[in-house]
Design a binder for this molecule. Structure first.
Ligand code: B12
Ligand code: SF4
Length: 504
């Protein structure tokens, strides 16, 4: 997306994805502009790259969620020349233009741009062979305020929905390149609930009601258009459990080939849900019924659970697996409570620590992302009744129990044929492998073996995920061309930023 926002006079950016391979310092020359994207988990590595780039004479500009939350830290520890906070779709272009003119400022506030201004990514600059699937964001922001999540603080609580034409055009470009699996990387694909509509009606807030109805209608429009794309395309997304109330929405998802959704279940008890400000989630039998509705309407659930909440007890772990099984969810992830900056939980913890902070070396534990990984504690906030090791061991057992060969084979019965069932088994094992070791102290031999296994499985899965490119696939004809379409028509994605300026 930032490549699409790069002004033409800077040329085509070179993209480096360090989750695949480390940057080669030799590729950086004096006078280059290096943009670095950091979230909390990779901030320390990002700072090392920034320092290296600066020492080679490059201009260093940071952005991303962590830079948004800690601009001063980035300037200091990452030796940044400049930092962009908030959305980079417009601000990055401004920073690059200023840099070329020798007028780079310290901080650029990107803020929260409107949905109609989101840019389509320059997929043409990426090597499609290196990825199993692509990701496209259709909406930013989330109206909820879960205590462990920073999205509502950084992206805001007002859903900012991208024009559906622009989303479809970007997906068409992806299918042309051979991507058939696409993650709709949204915070919540279901931004308007029945409760939201009812409240607006009860308050006689006509403007709000109209706004919500329009957002909802555009969701349906998007799904209608997704349904017209080649039939081999598969989408998955993220949404709240409330979508289980709305069978028309689930049916539209099925028709649109949105085959699965990550649903934040978090906790299975009312106390646990209250602890994370998510007591609008159903609990107990109602929760299981709500989740089963997804499957009944053709949408598979990847249930996400958190362990280590203050209300958790040893019995919570078994109760969680049982709920996951009872609710018929297809995949599950069990993550450990982590206080991410920008969240309510982090704020509370930072306040508690303020008087007498726990130190690791010369750093307070509340700046854990700056602690080198070799000495970084695996859990940061003490639990009232269980030790960190106990929580980690119990979490690991839950992963093991949910992903036994037998249980996975049973769940694979949702697949239409043997080939897909085998693919399902691979995926289950891969998912478990990739995520389950979070925070678990494994010896290096075991880690090496599991990485080799994961690599082999990814190689097998890639064959199933990718499709033959369809360079001839046409974009739908829109009455008004979308921003992405206007820019692609010019034949050069770099002009997309220009097109955007013209449109505005
Ligand atoms: C999709 C997603 C994933 C997908 C990613 C798939 C993919 N390959 O793209 C998956 C499922 C793999 C994933 C995994 C994880 N994720 Co995630 N993920 C998201 C999600 C929902 C959307 C990210 C996205 O695509 N955004 C769209 C892009 C365009 O937005 P953006 O990255 O913010 O970039 C904009 C600006 O920040 C800025 N910008 C960004 N970089 C730069 C750089 C420069 C130079 C400039 C100028 C501007 C700039 O401009 C961009 C355009 O406006 C976000 C929530 C969110 N709203 O951001 C969480 C989120 C980023 N994830 C989060 C977390 C915690 C994780 C995991 C650690 C979870 C886990 N326990 O394993 C892992 C880490 C994976 C890893 N190794 O990095 C947290 C991060 C919190 C934090 N403070 O760091 C978030 C914010 C969710 C949350 N609830 O709090 N994630
Ligand atoms: S966890 Fe999900 S529902 Fe809760 S605030 Fe974050 S994005 Fe919204």
């Amino acid at each position: 997306m930032l490549a699409a926002a790069t002004p033409q006079e800077a040329g085509d950016p070179i993209l480096v994805d360090e989750s695949l391979e480390q940057i080669d310092p030799e590729t950086i020359q004096a006078g280059d502009i290096v943009g670095i994207s950091v979230h909390t988990g990779n901030a320390l590595r990002g700072y090392a790259v920034g320092k290296m780039a600066r020492s080679r004479g490059a201009w260093v500009i940071y952005g991303g969620i962590h830079a948004t939350l800690f601009p001063e830290e980035v300037l200091d520890r990452g030796q940044a020349h400049a930092v962009v906070t908030g959305d980079g779709d417009l601000a990055w272009g401004k920073a690059v233009t200023d840099c070329l003119a020798g007028k780079l400022k310290r901080i650029y506030e990107g803020g929260r741009i409107e949905g109609g201004e989101f840019l389509a990514a320059r997929w043409d600059l990426m090597d499609p062979e290196k990825y199993m699937w692509a990701s496209v964001q259709t909406i930013r922001g989330c109206p909820k305020h879960c205590s462990f999540c920073s999205v509502w603080r950084t992206d805001g609580q007002k859903p900012r929905q991208r024009k559906f034409q622009s989303v479809i055009d970007e997906i068409v470009v992806l299918r042309r390149l051979g991507f058939r699996f696409i993650a709709l990387a949204d915070d919540s694909f279901y931004p308007v609930t029945f409760t939201d509509l009812r409240r607006a009606r009860e308050q006689n807030n006509i403007a709000k009601l109209e706004e919500l109805t329009a957002i909802r209608a555009e969701r349906f429009q998007l799904m209608e258009e997704l349904a017209k794309l080649p039939k081999d395309m598969v989408f998955f997304t993220q949404m709240t459990m409330e979508a289980g109330e709305d069978t028309a929405f689930l049916d539209a998802m099925k028709k649109a080939n949105i085959k699965g959704a990550l649903v934040g279940i978090e906790a299975v008890t009312p106390e646990g849900l209250k602890a994370v400000y998510k007591d609008w989630n159903l609990a107990g039998d109602a929760m299981a019924t709500q989740l089963r509705t997804f499957k009944k309407h053709g949408v598979h659930v990847l249930g996400s659970f958190i362990f280590g909440l203050p209300t958790d007890r040893p019995s919570t772990f078994d109760a969680t697996v049982e709920m996951a099984q009872q609710a018929g969810i297809t995949f599950a992830q069990f993550v450990m409570m982590t206080p991410f900056p920008g969240t309510v939980d982090f704020g509370r913890w930072e306040k508690e620590q303020a008087g007498n902070p726990t130190m690791v070396g010369d750093l307070p534990i509340t700046r854990y992302w700056l602690i080198p990984s070799a000495i970084r504690p695996k859990m940061f906030t003490p639990h009232p009744t269980m030790s960190s090791d106990e929580i980690r061991e119990r979490t690991q057992k839950v992963w093991d129990r949910f992903y036994t060969w037998r249980a996975s084979w049973k769940r694979s019965a949702c697949c239409p044929n043997l080939r897909s069932r085998i693919a399902f088994m691979f995926l289950s094992k891969l998912y478990r492998q990739m995520y389950a070791n979070t925070g678990i102290s494994t010896d290096s031999a075991r880690r090496k073996k599991s990485k080799a296994w994961a690599r082999w499985t990814i190689h097998q899965c890639k064959k199933l995920f990718r499709a033959k490119p369809m360079p001839e696939l046409a974009s739908p004809e829109w009455e008004e061309p979308s921003i992405a379409q206007a820019a692609f028509a010019e034949g050069d994605g770099a002009e997309m930023a220009e097109a955007l300026v013209v449109t505005r």
